[in-house]
Design a protein around this ligand. Structure first.
Ligand code: EPZ
Length: 465
């Protein structure tokens, strides 16, 4: 069945959406307070893997609270290329994987969206064969997939990597993966998700040790359980999956995006505003809430899923080390650095998860911050104020960091490279505008293009990831 795909985020044909992001800039006039309430969208890092999880079942899957994101569009294109039927109605996505027409995922799409590689577990579980392009590295690091591959091999898959393609197949007449005991060298989110999906339809029991504990892993497990999978221990370091022969249809709602929520908490803190956020699951944000409170930011739980942020009298410095959940999330590191640039004292950030995720520091320094980077550590000396300037996004979370800094900077900040922002934030600029921020998405002018052309700093190469 030819997959019917419409552009999932805006209804525009894909090319128009991406061109719009490439030839637009955000203009922010900083120093304005925010006020009101912001609605948090569904979690990007749940939506992407849950769309892959829908491949496990050969019946209708309804997924609710799907955010409007370029990455969700791209994941939809990957599934559609496999012959999956997708229909989008606002934040609801109907997926039918009754027929997976091919086991060969499209090269040019998978290399642009790492999360699509995670579908290899589901395709192998359904078909016993998969040809999945390697996702390749990106702005923040090499992003290897060795843990995914070794886990699938432990479950009986033969895997050869050639010409940038991961060719996997399950030998034997039944072509069914076998349950296995797998110890992950590091608690990789993606590897945990790939292997958990593969194990749901495998023969026998699979035990994943040193598994990732992120809320999005739990969300995927809950989707699979809602389809009849037998999974215990999701959210702990040991996940036990009892394979079943088949999964059935489901109607599943994605959790709110904890990284978007964290980003809005920071937007309130950095503009010294009082704003309300919902829905928010507080326990998904414990390390971020703890660090904000340590800095003097006031946070009040108004209701079980509603958080109010109030300005700090004095923003105190703090130190951060990014760690696998339940440690401080690496995806909050760049946005948090923006707030630390205005703390009254010295702070330190150690990025221990990815090897190249501090490149936003040089762009924040363009806005008047005082940050020195040595290896994976950033030393941030608080400054009394930031001043607006043209800056470039180097990756998704760096883009959020620059928007936050622009909200606080005196004068005008112009932000280039919006394709990074639109990958992972659901209309961040529109939501900020609704909170009173002076932020506009405008066509790039000649002067804007001149700035981009004149950027000589090789450390700020725009990667397409
Ligand atoms: C997921 O990426 C998220 N992406 C990332 O969010 C997030 O930063 C990351 O988890 C960590 O929380 C999605 O869920 C789509 P990992 P993933 O495997 O699964 C190394 C964002 O901004 N590693 O936990 O790719 C890897 O190199 C994105 O929303 C191996 O060595 O992350 C990294 O250093 C960015 N071998 C570390 O583990 C492997 O086989 C953590 O990676 C796999 C990973």
């Amino acid at each position: 069945m030819e997959g019917r795909l419409i552009n999932l985020s805006s209804g525009l044909p894909d090319a128009k959406v991406s061109r719009a992001a490439d030839s637009s800039v955000l203009r922010i006039s900083g120093g304005h307070r925010l006020h009101g309430h912001v609605t948090i969208s569904g979690a990007k890092n749940s939506a992407l893997v849950i769309m892959a999880g829908a491949l496990l079942c050969s019946e209708d899957c309804r997924i609710r609270n799907v955010p409007l994101l370029a990455d969700v569009d791209k994941m939809g294109q990957v599934l559609s290329a496999l012959g999956i039927s997708l229909e989008r109605h606002g934040n609801v996505l109907d997926v039918n994987a009754s027929e997976i027409r091919t086991s060969k995922a499209p090269y040019e799409l998978v290399t642009q969206l790492r999360a699509s590689f995670f579908a290899i577990g589901a395709i192998l579980a359904r078909l016993g064969v998969a040809q999945m392009p390697l996702p390749g590295g990106c702005a923040i690091g090499a992003r290897p997939v060795d843990l995914h591959v070794r886990g699938l091999q432990a479950m009986g898959a033969e895997v050869q990597i050639e010409h940038g393609i991961c060719n996997a197949y399950v030998p034997g007449s039944k072509r069914r993966l076998q349950g296995a005991n797998i110890y992950l060298d590091s608690p990789s989110v993606g590897a945990t998700e790939t292997l958990m999906m593969a194990a749901t339809l495998a023969e026998g029991e699979t035990i994943l040790e040193n598994a990732a504990r992120e809320p999005e892993v739990v969300d995927l497990a809950n989707l699979c359980i809602s389809m009849g999978a037998k999974i215990k221990g999701a959210g702990t370091s040991t996940i036990i999956i009892d394979g079943v022969p088949k999964l059935h249809s489901t109607d599943y709602t994605i959790i709110p995006d904890r990284i978007e929520a964290g980003t809005f908490l920071l937007a309130g803190a950095i503009t010294r505003s009082e704003i309300l956020l919902s829905p928010v699951i507080g326990e998904h944000l414990l390390p971020v809430i703890a660090k904000l409170r340590e800095m003097g930011v006031k946070l009040v739980e108004e209701a079980p899923d509603c958080l109010r942020v109030l300005p700090a009298d004095i923003l105190r410095p703090t130190d951060i080390e990014t760690l696998p959940h339940p440690g401080f999330p690496t995806d909050m590191q760049a946005p948090f650095m923006s707030l630390l640039t205005l703390a009254e004292g010295d702070s330190l950030i150690n990025e221990s998860v990815f090897e190249n995720r501090l490149r936003h520091a040089s762009e924040l320094n363009r806005l008047g911050a005082d940050i020195r980077v040595k290896g994976n550590t950033a030393f941030i000396r608080g400054v009394p104020m930031l001043s607006g300037a043209p800056v470039i996004c180097t990756d998704l979370r760096a883009a959020a960091a620059l928007v936050l800094a622009g909200l606080a900077a005196q004068g005008q900040t112009t932000i280039h490279g919006l394709q990074h922002l639109d990958r992972g934030y659901d209309r961040l600029d529109v939501k900020l505008q609704q909170l009173g921020a002076k932020i506009q998405r405008l066509p790039a002018t000649g002067r804007d293009r001149e700035f981009i052309n004149n950027i000589s700093d090789t450390s700020v190469q725009i990667s397409s990831k």
